[in-house]
Design a binder for this molecule. Structure first.
Ligand SMILES: NC(=O)c1ccc[n+]([C@@H]2O[C@H](COP(=O)([O-])OP(=O)(O)OC[C@H]3O[C@@H](n4cnc5c(N)ncnc54)[C@H](OP(=O)(O)O)[C@@H]3O)[C@@H](O)[C@H]2O)c1
Length: 343
């Protein structure tokens, strides 16, 4: 799908945290945009957003898909995606969807360009849906990929430390308001999340499932298996919301198919696509979200062998959930499409 004059790109959910980041990243990476349309709900219709030095007016998305869109980047929630992504695809657009609506659907590729870029081409030029994985899954599979290739991976135990920006604009505002309330001796109000998040950690993200896990945790299991094409991979997840504004962190314990030293694991991770290793514990150097907000890579540190198992390593990963965990990954998918399949 290469277009000399640039693509007609639509951003649906353009006023949200992810949508605004998509618009910024399209500009930063000089994606070949021929024309740009920005959509949100009635609430923000008429608002103006900047792109490449020009103001663009946000349009309210109706029930019809607009004609002439080549690439539609959706970040407006699952129910909107369920309804409108097929309509955009039927009108000829390649939809890259950030919501969870289509990720596990058979025939819909679930893509992280560092891991399974060729899956993009399961969708035809004439329109279709590509799913962007969950933010926690993206950074996990980027880190797992070089280990899968070098040593084989049997089992992953992962605990997430997820920022409030992962829950959208309202959750970010709620954390700020709750901090102010608590310092003013007032009761914090929790609406976007089930409990106050200020000075708290919440071990429940998404709906509770019958198996005792949460929806967010189960996404880590199912999406990792699909992207890595390892349908029997054992994944044991715990997902926790923590009171930081941006970047998700994960503590990961990986059992490989053979003995792996920390040195070998560090070498494999250092060579992994999209990975930066920051791992000098004695100098207090390890990845932290405070410093990595706005970054594009998946940062890995604290790489060490499990104290009791020679085939198992532990490490800590951090990535910007709004960029690599959402907007950047979506734009990278569009770039893969633009570059075309490998010969
Ligand atoms: N935040 C993350 O780290 C992250 C990571 C991966 C995936 N995602 C997914 O990306 C999506 C958006 O997340 P977000 O954090 O950007 O949320 P957000 O900040 O709450 O933004 C939501 C966006 O969707 C628009 N919208 C809502 N209902 C709509 C409708 N009926 N018609 C058209 N537009 C509508 C909103 O427009 P208005 O301004 O008009 O309300 C806004 O632009 C969600 O599906 C989320 O699960 C988020």
């Amino acid at each position: 799908m290469s277009k000399e004059a640039g693509y007609c790109v639509a951003v649906v959910g353009a006023t949200g945290l992810v949508g605004r980041e998509i618009v910024r990243i399209l500009e930063e990476r000089s994606f070949p945009v021929g024309s740009l349309r920005l959509f949100a709900s009635e609430r923000s219709a008429g608002e103006q957003l900047d792109y490449c030095g020009r103001k663009y007016i946000v349009e309210a998305l109706g029930d019809e898909a607009p004609a002439g869109i080549d690439i539609a980047l959706f970040s407006a929630g699952s129910s909107l995606s369920r309804k409108m992504a097929p309509r955009f695809a039927a009108a000829g657009a390649v939809v890259i969807d950030n919501s969870s609506a289509w990720r596990m659907e058979k025939g819909v590729p679930l893509v992280v360009p560092e891991v399974n870029p060729q899956a993009v081409f399961e969708v035809a030029d004439g329109g279709g849906i590509i799913a962007n994985p969950n933010c926690s899954t993206i950074q996990l599979v980027v880190a797992l990929k070089p280990l899968v290739d070098a040593f084989g991976v049997e089992r992953v135990v992962v605990s997430t430390y997820q920022s409030v920006s992962g829950a959208g604009q309202a959750a970010m505002e709620e954390l700020s308001q709750q901090v102010v309330a608590l310092f003013s001796s007032q009761e914090p109000v929790a609406e976007a999340m089930a409990h106050p998040i200020a000075f708290n950690c919440i071990p429940g993200i998404g709906q509770a499932l019958d198996n005792g896990y949460t929806e967010e945790e189960w996404k880590l299991v199912q999406e990792s298996r699909k992207i890595l094409e390892l349908p029997t991979l054992s994944v044991s997840p715990t997902a926790v919301r923590v009171p930081v504004f941006s970047c998700h962190a994960e503590s990961v314990n990986v059992t490989c198919s053979r003995t792996v030293s920390a040195v070998q694991a560090r070498a494999a991770l250092s060579g992994g696509e999209g990975i930066v290793v920051q791992d000098r514990l004695a100098e207090d150097l390890y990845p932290m979200g405070r410093e990595l907000t706005g970054s594009d890579e998946v940062y890995v540190g604290r790489i060490r062998q499990d104290p009791d198992r020679e085939d198992t390593i532990n490490f800590w990963i951090v990535a910007d959930n709004l960029r690599k965990g959402a907007a950047l990954n979506a734009v990278q998918i569009a770039e893969v499409f633009d570059e075309g399949p490998e010969e």
